[in-house]
Ligand binder design. Structure first.
Ligand code: ADP
Length: 416
């Protein structure tokens, strides 16, 4: 210990060395930690960025998936629904969630269930047509295919539903129309044939019977002619072949021509026909087509109105740029449930009465087409036992029709 003083520089040096070493180690550690933190932050930022990119891609996929007009349903390898889109929800008309359900639970169709089971085993593309349940029947054509991933593994089944409801409805309407036309044509033809056969079998020898039969044949031949004329008109109107030549048209004159043409028929039923259309009203209309509208409505008022009754034709300028016309009778009227339907093709309230009067069941359908082609609207108001009033609107000659105004006045006729 005597020469302790000899060692102290060494000790100081050693202590300084320790301090420097410690500082170096600490600094290294700090750098390492900082680097680690930077790396961690960078990784987190990268991860966040990737998450944003994934979320965006997912949102895009979802938007695309849900904006598809076809319904799509994806079934997992376990046979349970994994995913479906909005269009499928609309097509199947359901509220809840189908995920996790089997095809049988979700769609209640054994056919689709079998199809999916088959596609979970084999790689194929299959299709089928299906009537979907619900309050309103809907129809779909379904394409189904197995989902195979990049490694060739079976991942499930994808079903694409194409809505065929509208197409089916059109097809049904067409079939119904063809059936109706065939029926309408067959009835007078059968009657004509029957009377001709009876005449040939001897009835012709009795002049009074023969005359009666020939008059009946004539009546049914007329019916056939009217029917064919109306069918041609409606088919031209529906296919857009009829061009509407809009001209300033004095309504009173058109009504007067129709009243004159139908005067004899009115006399037959002792009906008084009155034209109350003001002389100054001019519509922007196709004169010939408009005459057909007036003719069909006044003809109906005579046919279905009260014998010895009153039929009036009236018109008034609306507050907008339209004219409202009304053909009114004081007959038995039209029951509430039939008021919208009378404008359908071949719809009749009383079939026998219509046929007996030579009706084709197409008159009001033609009226509706022509009025709509002018940008107008047509409707009927009636109280059972108190007559029927058929209204329609037309644009005035000096301006286009004001649809909003027409709609607001719809059904509230200012005519007395
Ligand atoms: P139809 O050729 O049978 O007269 P429409 O299409 O002109 O065909 O009319 C359809 C049905 O609407 C008629 O069969 C009749 O039952 C009913 N109808 C039409 N106008 C009147 C009216 N003024 N009064 C009562 N019923 C009417």
């Amino acid at each position: 210990m005597d020469n302790w003083h000899d060692y102290w520089p060494f000790l100081v040096f050693a202590a300084a060395l320790v301090v420097v070493l410690a500082q170096t180690l600490w600094a290294q550690r700090r750098v390492r930690r900082e680097r680690q933190l930077a790396r961690q932050e960078y990784t987190e930022a990268l991860l966040q960025k990737q998450q944003v990119v994934i979320a965006e891609a997912q949102a895009q996929m979802e938007t695309l998936f849900n904006s598809m007009s076809e319904g799509v349903l994806i079934v997992g390898p376990d046979g349970r629904v994994q995913l479906f889109n909005q269009s499928l929800r609309q097509l199947l008309q359901f509220e809840g969630d189908l995920r996790g359900q089997t095809i049988l639970e979700a769609l209640r169709s054994h056919e689709l269930d079998n199809l999916v089971k088959r596609l979970l085993k084999e790689r194929a593309v299959l299709s089928t047509d299906l009537e979907l349940g619900g309050t309103k029947p809907r129809y779909a054509h379904i394409n189904a295919s197995a989902v195979i991933d990049k490694t060739g593994q079976q991942r499930g089944v994808m079903l694409v539903f194409h809505d065929q409801t509208r197409l089916r409805q059109l097809e049904n309407t067409r079939k119904e129309f063809v059936a109706n036309v065939s029926h309408e044509l067959r009835t007078p033809l059968t009657l004509i044939k029957g009377y001709v056969e009876t005449l040939l079998n001897g009835a012709k020898d009795d002049p009074s019977v023969a005359a009666r039969f020939l008059m009946t044949i004539d009546k049914h031949a007329d019916r056939l002619t009217f029917l064919i004329e109306d069918l041609l008109t409606i088919s031209r109107l529906e296919s857009g072949q009829v061009s509407i030549n809009l001209q300033p048209t004095p309504l009173r004159e058109v009504a007067a021509r129709v009243v004159e043409d139908l005067a004899a028929r009115a006399v037959e039923r002792q009906i008084t026909l009155v034209n109350q259309v003001p002389a100054d009203l001019q519509a922007s209309a196709d004169g010939d087509r408009l005459q057909q509208v007036f003719f069909n409505l006044v003809d109906n008022a005579i046919k279905y109105g009260r014998p010895a009754g009153l039929v009036t034709v009236q018109a008034v300028r609306g507050s907008g740029k339209f004219i409202q016309v009304c053909v009114r009778d004081d007959g038995p009227g039209i029951p509430a449930e039939a008021r919208d339907r009378v404008f359908e093709r071949f719809y009749r309230v009383d079939k026998a009465r219509s046929r007996d009067q030579g009706g084709t069941g197409l008159g009001l359908a033609i009226v509706k087409h022509i009025v709509q082609a002018h940008g107008g609207m047509v409707w009927v108001e009636s109280e059972l036992g108190h007559g029927a009033s058929f209204f329609f609107t037309l644009p005035t000659a000096n301006g286009k029709s004001d649809f909003a105004d027409m709609a607001s006045r719809h059904g509230r006729a200012p005519l007395s």
